[in-house]
Write a protein that binds this ligand. Structure first.
Ligand SMILES: [Zn+2]
Length: 222
């Protein structure tokens, strides 16, 4: 099996796992992976639980649709992120409940909208910027993502959900799941006196695991 065939199978397996665990509902959410001559993406209007490896969308290096079913309407999110992150090999975007709930909250810190509650969140996501609301398909969303993606492996789209990149499909999936779990903790702890990690503890993680801002995804597994 060549690299692209293996990636197609991995995308289908990951999509089914995400859907079966309720991490994205209906036909929401999309996955992409870099291949030698472009990208593979999940098609539009298809549940992540029912992907077909042969019908995944293929885009060339300029983002033009080449083969398979028509790509997700959210292809622009993926392409904008890859453009700024040559180190990223895969992207997972979900409408996962807890992250989406946080994305609707008023008064978030737009530079970093989830606190560093656990070392795993710091290692896999780091700082999480909030991208202001854009209507679905608004071409301006690409620019808004590009302005943050060079420094961050993950962004949260307001009133929508997270977009997370990783060096591999596995790393991107693990990071988006860590983000979703942290959003869940954040919501569970609302109104409860909480100790997020302090600057010294974050510095220790950075030194121990060699984290660079925006390069963290995929480095250290917990
Ligand atoms: Zn979406």
């Amino acid at each position: 099996m060549n690299d692209e065939s293996r990636l197609r199978e991995e995308m289908v397996t990951l999509g089914r796992s995400i859907f079966d665990r309720g991490l994205t509902a209906g036909s929401s959410g999309n996955i992409s992976a870099r291949v030698e001559d472009g990208w593979l993406m999940t098609p539009t209007n298809v549940s992540l639980g029912r992907l077909d490896p042969a019908r995944l969308s293929k885009l060339d290096k300029d983002g033009r649709f080449v083969s398979g079913d028509k790509p997700t309407k959210e292809a622009v999110l993926h392409l904008a992120m890859y453009e700024e992150r040559p180190q990223s090999g895969a992207i997972v975007h979900l409408h996962s409940t807890h992250s989406a709930a946080v994305s609707c909250m008023d008064g978030l810190d737009c530079d970093n909208c989830l606190p560093p509650l656990t070392p795993y969140f710091v290692m896999k996501i780091g700082r999480l910027p909030l991208i202001p609301y854009h209507r679905p398909g608004d071409p301006a969303l690409g620019g808004a993502i590009r302005s943050h993606a060079c420094r961050h492996c993950a962004v949260l789209l307001a009133n929508h959900g997270p977009v997370v990149s990783g060096t591999t499909l596995d790393n991107a999936a693990n990071a988006v799941e860590e983000l979703e779990e942290t959003a869940k903790l954040f919501l569970l702890l609302r109104g409860v006196p909480t100790r997020p990690l302090n600057a010294v503890q974050i510095e220790e993680l950075t030194k121990t695991f060699g984290l660079d801002e925006g390069m963290m995804s995929g480095r250290s597994q917990g």
